[in-house]
Write a protein that binds this ligand. Structure first.
Ligand SMILES: Cc1cc2nc3c(=O)[nH]c(=O)nc-3n(C[C@H](O)[C@H](O)[C@H](O)COP(=O)(O)OP(=O)(O)OC[C@H]3O[C@@H](n4cnc5c(N)ncnc54)[C@H](O)[C@@H]3O)c2cc1C
Length: 456
């Protein structure tokens, strides 16, 4: 009998636990399910989908080098998948299904339905926690409850990681040839929107990572907040689609830091800390599914009367608020599909506090535009900035975008790059709010604080 490896957001052959297990002593067929409607429903950016497709093409070639054919099934909605996979397994004499977990509520429900259906029909189903450093739901406090605060979560995570070894699941055996051939995916349905500056494939991701490990990681703690410097890894688009394994990244970073998660090089430790934030939000989403149902983590913040001002929202989206640093970052997002982390915090805070617009609208806009759109990190970042999430920024700590700009873009070069109409201004003037600004920073800050204060 054969095994079926269902690829989802783990489009790689190295360090892929489900693939590795599926290919041990079994003839394997690989599967990818296309659902344009589900991706649209989840606001996935076209840029991200185009990139995903290019990665799928490379994955297909890698699989073929192991004699594993990649088959494609297209569905309208996930609800069709249990029946289709069941039939696919019957048609191709497959006895076992393998996949790595995804964390969105729709994906979890889809997988549960498939599990029930296949089990009922006596198929085997094997699933793995490969999207995160440790098993989802396994980081618990003394009362066996999930952590809601990052520092406590991180402390426990480090303890667990110090006793965990990362197997390298990369040695995929070459299979006997079969009569089955891969489906044709040469035409990328999202091609017209593609940005070829992002090189696709595992090799490209590793090359980027190796470059980062050579130099920038050592300065990461100093450079990570300066948007004009290319001081971060730029691996997020690869992590979101699983082109690279987070476990492999940590393993390599640890080698460089002589195995330490607590001491050693400050740059490396600070970077690992960001992988822990990613881990934290994945675990939050797994343990508290309400966050993937469009709900605030802090119930009381559901009472906020957000302002429904479409004109302000449009100005924010288009980088035309009259607040230079906000506009620079919003244009960076629109034009490149990526935004620096400092910018994501500044613009999210500006939307939810100064404009008092619902974080869910900003969250969706980011997903629609980000090449690295990742539900857990995006939702976590938005709920952090909006003070609606777990361990979020306190509502009274509203960032002042002008002081943020003076601190993190002191010469104004980043603003000059994205707002050329301001490039004639000197490094002092360039940060100032423009005459046509859509909001007064001082009074809107007070309005936001009052709105949150009145909740309890
Ligand atoms: C409002 C908001 C929305 C965000 N949306 C996303 C998103 O959709 N997808 C996404 O991958 N990240 C998101 N982030 C987190 C962060 O901004 C990006 O991961 C980071 O900018 C990506 O650049 P990099 O790969 O160079 O990161 P690096 O600084 O090199 O960090 C390495 C990796 O750690 C993870 N990471 C870093 N910072 C965070 C963080 N604050 N939270 C969770 N994970 C983190 C990412 O996987 C990243 O690739 C968001 C943050 C905010 C505040």
């Amino acid at each position: 009998m054969r095994s079926l490896m269902w690829f989802r957001s783990d489009l790689r052959i190295h360090d892929n636990e489900a693939l590795y297990k599926a290919t041990q002593n079994q003839q394997t067929i690989a599967l990818f399910i296309v659902s344009h409607k589900e991706w649209e429903k989840h606001h996935d950016a076209k840029l991200k989908l185009a990139f995903m497709w290019r990665n799928l093409q490379i994955l297909q070639k890698s699989l073929e080098s192991k004699n594993i054919p990649l088959k494609i099934i297209e569905v309208e909605y996930w609800s069709e998948t249990p029946e289709l996979i069941n039939q696919f397994m019957i048609d191709h004499q497959i006895s076992s299904l393998y996949f790595n977990h995804e964390v969105g509520i729709n994906e979890i429900e889809r997988d549960r339905a498939i599990y029930r259906k296949l089990k009922k029909n006596n198929f085997n189903v094997y699933h793995y926690h490969d999207k995160t450093l440790v098993k989802l739901g396994s980081i618990l406090n003394g009362e066996n409850q999930p952590y809601k605060v990052f520092t406590a979560f991180k402390k426990r995570l480090i303890e667990v990681l110090e006793h965990q070894s990362f197997e390298n699941y990369s040695d995929i055996p070459i299979q006997d040839t079969t009569e089955l051939i891969s489906d044709d995916i040469a035409i990328n349905p999202y091609q017209t929107l593609d940005d070829l500056t992002y090189k696709a494939g595992e090799d490209a991701a590793f090359e980027i990572f190796q470059g980062f490990l050579k130099e920038e990681i050592f300065n990461y703690h100093n450079h990570r907040d300066i948007p004009i410097i290319n001081g971060t890894s730029r691996l997020s688009a690869y992590l979101a689609l699983g082109i690279v394994s987070v476990k492999a990244l940590l393993r390599e970073a640890l080698v460089l830091n002589e195995g330490s998660l607590r001491g050693g090089n400050e740059g490396i430790l600070t970077w690992i800390n960001e992988l822990f934030w990613r881990e934290f939000y994945y675990h939050i989403m797994w343990n508290f599914p309400k966050v993937s149902k469009n709900r605030a983590f802090q119930e009381k913040t559901e009472k906020i009367q957000w302002l429904d001002n479409e004109v302000d929202f449009e100005a924010w989206k288009n980088g035309a608020t009259g607040v230079p640093i906000v506009d620079a970052f919003m244009r960076q997002l629109k034009e490149t599909g990526w935004m620096h982390n400092r910018g994501r915090m500044i613009t999210a805070m500006f939307l939810t506090k100064n404009l008092l617009i619902d974080w869910r609208k900003g969250e969706a806009w980011f997903m629609q535009n980000l090449i690295d759109g990742d539900f857990a990190a995006n939702n976590g970042g938005w709920q952090w900035s909006a003070s609606t999430g777990t361990d979020a920024v306190p509502y009274f700590r509203v960032f002042n975008p002008i002081t943020q700009a003076e601190r993190f873009d002191p010469d104004g070069d980043f603003i000059r790059q994205w707002c050329p109409e301001l490039s004639h201004l000197d490094s002092k003037q360039i940060h100032k709010v423009q005459k046509n600004a859509i909001v007064d920073l001082k009074s809107s800050r007070i309005r936001a604080i009052e709105t949150f204060k009145n909740l309890s």
